[in-house]
Design a binder for this molecule. Structure first.
Ligand SMILES: [Zn+2]
Length: 168
């Protein structure tokens, strides 16, 4: 099994972080107040890439080999840049992590099933739940919206000309 890259997104990249989790990538979001130095150290210790759009981050010595400068632009542009840089697979591991806290999901147990709304219970679609926060995940409208975006990113990968990601 190949090891998937892990990420720490700076606090401005909340939506990208959520979509990385939706695609099954290990992605943390920096919460405010932590210095770039601290975040970079955590990345080194945990083998993560630090994703940022902030040029200042690259002035740190500790940023070398860890920080990646993403282009400016909307979510689709960020996804195209990152997807091309890491050859991300947006679909193969999709919906295997909690969108809120990044924890790998497990098959829903009886207690989790009891919390799910009746219209989420379909015999052909197994539900998952997050062992950390207890959220139950099912294939509702929210899932379908996110899934459509991941599919669009996956098929856009075949087109060339993604905006560049700058390694520091
Ligand atoms: Zn959770």
């Amino acid at each position: 099994m190949t090891v998937l890259p892990g990420f720490l997104c700076d606090e401005m990249l909340g939506r990208l972080c959520r979509y990385l989790r939706a695609a099954g990538y290990d992605a943390l979001l920096a919460n405010g107040g932590r210095s770039d130095a601290e975040l970079l150290r955590q990345c080194r210790e945990e083998g993560r890439y630090f994703l940022t759009q902030d040029h200042l981050a690259q002035e740190h010595k500790a940023a070398r080999g860890v920080a990646l400068l993403l282009p400016q632009g909307d979510l689709d542009r960020l996804a195209a840049a990152l997807g091309a840089h890491f050859r991300l697979d947006w679909l193969s591991h999709a919906f295997t992590r909690c969108l809120e806290d990044n924890t790998p999901l497990v098959a829903a147990d009886a207690a989790a099933l009891a919390r799910a709304p009746a219209d989420a219970l379909r015999p052909d679609e197994p539900l998952c739940h997050c062992p950390a926060c207890g959220r139950v995940y099912w294939r509702g409208s929210h899932y379908k919206r996110m899934r459509a975006k991941l599919e669009a990113w996956q098929s856009a990968k075949r087109e060339a000309s993604a905006p560049p990601v700058t390694a520091v």
